[in-house]
Ligand binder design. Structure first.
Ligand code: AMP
Length: 214
C-alpha cells in the first residue's frame, strides 16, 4: 500500500505514521527526519538543508525529490510505504507521480490531517525533541517525568530551532502557500481522505484506518 500523509507541521503526522508502520508493516519515509539526520552528521546535504530549515523555508524540490527517489528504490518499500512530510509542493507531487509510474505503481490513498492554526502553534511551541533517540514530547500534553530528560531513553530534550514561535509562523505560512494546494491536487485525482486531527490519538488513528480500509 503506497500512502501519503498530508498535514501542516504539528498536525500529528509523525505520530500517526508510526502507528501505521506497526499496523501495515511498511516503512515511514519522513523527509524531515532524513534531513535532520544529515544536518546532525554535517554531510554536504545537511549543510545545504540547514540554512532553509532554520528559517522554516522548504529545502529545494530537486534536493528532496532526489532523496525520496533513492529511498523508494530500497527493497523494504516493495510492499508499500508511508510518506510523511513529502510531497510538500505541486512539483514534488508531480515528480513523485512520474517516479512511481516508472516503477509501475501509484499512490493508493492520501490522508490529510486537519488542525486549526491556533492549536498548531500551541502544539509546536511546547514540543521538545530528544537529542539521542529523536522522540518527541510536549511540555503540556505529554510532559517529561524529569525536566529536560527524554521519557523513552533518558537523553537530553531540546527545542528544535524550527519549533520556535517566529519560525513556526513562517512554516505555517509556507504550508498554506506551497503545500495546501496539494489538497486540491489529490482531491482531483480521487485519492484524498480528510481526517479531523484534533482529539485523542487513538481515535484519530481509528479514523485513518477506516478511511484507508473503507
Ligand atoms: P518536518 O519535520 O516534516 O516538519 O520538516 C522539517 C523541515 O525540513 C521543513 O520545515 C523543511 O525545511 C524541511 N523539509 C522536510 N520535508 C521537506 C520537503 N518535502 N520539501 C522541502 N523541505 C522539506
Amino acid at each position: 500500500m503506497d500512502l501519503i500523509l498530508l498535514g501542516p507541521p504539528g498536525s500529528g503526522k509523525g505520530t500517526q505514521a508510526q502507528k501505521m508502520v506497526e499496523r501495515y508493516r511498511i516503512p515511514q519515509i519522513s523527509t524531515g527526519d532524513i534531513l535532520r539526520t544529515a544536518v546532525k552528521e554535517k554531510t554536504p546535504l545537511g549543510v545545504e538543508a540547514k540554512q532553509y530549515m532554520d528559517q522554516g523555508a522548504l529545502v529545494p524540490d530537486k534536493v528532496v525529490v532526489g532523496i525520496v527517489r533513492d529511498r523508494l528504490k530500497s527493497a523494504d518499500c516493495n510492499g508499500g510505504f508511508i510518506l510523511d512530510g513529502f510531497p510538500r509542493t505541486v512539483p514534488q507531487a508531480e515528480a513523485l507521480e512520474s517516479t512511481l509510474k516508472d516503477m509501475k505503481r501509484g499512490i493508493d490513498h492520501v490522508v490529510s490531517i486537519e488542525v486549526d492554526n491556533e492549536q498548531l502553534i500551541r502544539r509546536l511551541t511546547g514540543r521538545r525533541t530528544c537529542r539521542d533517540c529523536g522522540a518527541m514530547s510536549h511540555l503540556t500534553f505529554d510532559p517529561p517525568k524529569k525536566e529536560g530528560i527524554c521519557n523513552k531513553c533518558g537523553g537530553e530534550l531540546y527545542q528544535r530551532d524550527d519549533d520556535k514561535e517566529g519560525t513556526i509562523r513562517a512554516r505555517l505560512q509556507v504550508y498554506e502557500k506551497q503545500t495546501a494546494p496539494l489538497i486540491a491536487y489529490y482531491r482531483k485525482r480521487g485519492l484524498l481522505r480528510t481526517i479531523d486531527g484534533v482529539g485523542d490519538i487513538e481515535k484519530i488513528f481509528r479514523e485513518i484506518v477506516e478511511a484507508i480500509e473503507g
